[in-house]
Design a binder for this molecule. Structure first.
Ligand SMILES: [Zn+2]
Ligand SMILES: [Zn+2]
Length: 391
């Protein structure tokens, strides 16, 4: 088989030199959609690389704002950006670097606020994270939807790059040691405090470590979209002090909690988080699985806060993990309120007319419908057009 190499005019084609790479297909790069989670030190470098290569669609997710200490490792940020949202500043910088790239910024917490369906509609996910909790979330979402993800980690002059591909080799959770779990549960033992601590994760590192690891991460993502071979479940370990570089393979843990896939998924092109009510979705579930069906949510939902002091109860409709400590104080008497929780809808609820969005369900969410042992996962696919609209 002969490969056709198309050589373009270097004066007018910014991707001219890529045309000399035997396997490079600019059209494949142009058609690809990549989700980058984290716009810190690693994220800046990954995003910069993807922009230079002319990636088609880039979704940048981050919950943080820029402070001066970020400037030493973030090529996309300027001193004038202090206080602005990282995802938005990074997205604007991409447009300046390469106007060909369609980009979308998403400011939010990946652990609780992004619909799982987003993962199904991107070609690859690159994790540019600095904490285990977010990696664990990304890993579970990636498994749930069958999408590969590329993890990068840096500390001082050390770096690790890993591709995780559901069903092929070890996943991120398989690599966790008992000590890792202890550190995670330490944080989870007080979830409200943990949330605030995670937001301040500080990792000692340098812009050189970030560029090295991010460069490998971008390359792995590029191989993924071209269908080139990658090595899922293996780690590339880089020691920048001794210049030792080696790979190591992790064993698959059979009892690993991350290995569950949402199956079967039904796309609902007519359903959006703001347009569909809880009742609509329950009815859809019942049409498919029978009149006994219920809807189930993976996280506990707070439906109301009740004050034992003065007896006042207020509807809330928010995922427990998204509740802040300050929301526990009773606005009437200052007493400490208790949460009324649920994680399923049976049809008896008094609030079934709420839209899914009002019930704290994000766009492109995937919701489990169940009747006994039978399950079906319903995706709010109608959100795709708006949520994944790139500019
Ligand atoms: Zn695993
Ligand atoms: Zn009260």
């Amino acid at each position: 088989m002969t490969e056709t190499i198309i050589i373009t005019d270097p004066d007018t084609d910014r991707y001219h030199t890529f045309g000399y790479i035997s396997w490079w297909q600019q059209e494949v790069v142009r058609q690809a959609t990549i989700l980058v989670v984290g716009a810190g030190a690693l994220g800046n470098e990954v995003i910069k690389n993807l922009a230079l290569m002319g990636i088609g669609n880039l979704l940048i997710a981050d919950f943080d704002t820029i402070e001066d200490s970020n400037l030493s490792r973030s090529v996309l940020f300027r001193t004038t950006d202090r206080g602005r949202r990282k995802a938005e500043v990074a997205a604007a910088a991409v447009k300046e670097l390469n106007p060909d790239v369609n980009v979308k910024a998403w400011h939010g917490d990946i652990n609780y606020e992004m619909g799982l369906g987003v993962f199904r509609h991107v070609d690859a996910v690159i994790g540019c994270l600095d904490n285990r909790e977010a990696r664990l979330s990304l890993n579970r979402f990636s498994w749930a939807t069958g999408r590969p993800w590329v993890d990068g980690a840096i500390q001082e002059l050390m770096g690790i790059v890993r591709v995780f591909w559901p069903g092929q080799g070890a996943c991120y959770e398989c690599t966790l040691t008992d000590q890792d779990y202890q550190l995670i549960s330490l944080r989870y033992s007080c979830p409200l405090l943990a949330r605030e601590n995670i937001l301040q994760g500080k990792v000692p590192t340098t812009p050189t470590s970030a560029s090295i690891v991010a460069a490998f991460q971008t390359q792995e993502a590029l191989k993924l979209i071209h269908g080139l071979e990658v090595q899922p479940g293996k780690a590339l370990m880089i020691n920048g002090l001794t210049n030792d570089v080696y790979t190591t393979e992790y064993p698959v843990k059979e009892e690993c909690l991350s290995h569950s896939r949402l199956e079967p998924i039904e796309e609902l092109p007519g359903a959006t988080a703001t347009g569909a009510t809880l009742c609509d979705l329950l009815n859809l579930a019942r049409e498919r699985l029978g009149p006994e069906s219920v809807l189930e949510f993976d996280s506990e939902m707070v439906v109301a806060m009740r004050c034992p002091e003065c007896g006042r109860e207020t509807p809330v409709f928010k995922r427990m993990a998204r509740l802040y400590e300050s929301e526990f104080a009773c606005p009437a008497c200052g007493g400490r309120r208790e949460m009324r929780l649920t994680h399923r809808l049976t049809g008896d609820e008094e609030y079934l007319d709420l839209s899914l969005a009002d019930f704290d369900v994000p766009p492109l969410a995937i919701i489990r419908a169940r009747n006994g042992r039978e399950r079906l996962y319903l995706e709010l696919t109608g959100d795709k057009e708006i949520f994944l609209r790139f500019k």
